[in-house]
Design a protein around this ligand. Sequence first.
Ligand SMILES: [Zn+2]
Ligand SMILES: [Zn+2]
Length: 123
Amino acid sequence: MRNTKQRTAVLEFLRSKRQHCSATQVYDAVRVKFPNISLGTVYRNLSQLLEDGKIISVETSDKCVYYDGFTSDHAHFVCERCKEIYDFPLVSSISGPEEAGFTVLNQRVVYYGVCSKCNKNNA
Ligand SMILES: [Zn+2]
Ligand SMILES: [Zn+2]
């Protein structure tokens, strides 16, 4: 029962944030409510939520994983300079596999590059 409550707290935190959070950020937030929770438990809850399709994850090019409680299809842009993760509407085309008779169940689109803010700062 306690695990379910903790999992709900993890999910609620991620859904309340319109940002992408690392496991450590989730841990710090959930610890306020559950002081005894361990980082390992947070990781377990996060992987269970991922498995259940309740959250999605984004990996940066340096292999840091961020979690997102906003699961409707969207593309991610990871800035290589400031490490910020941005949400974008999905515009990629899946016609390639579908024309070949494949059924696409879900898609992950992650762009890696330099965001407009960093481009401006660089100019
Ligand atoms: Zn940037
Ligand atoms: Zn996102």
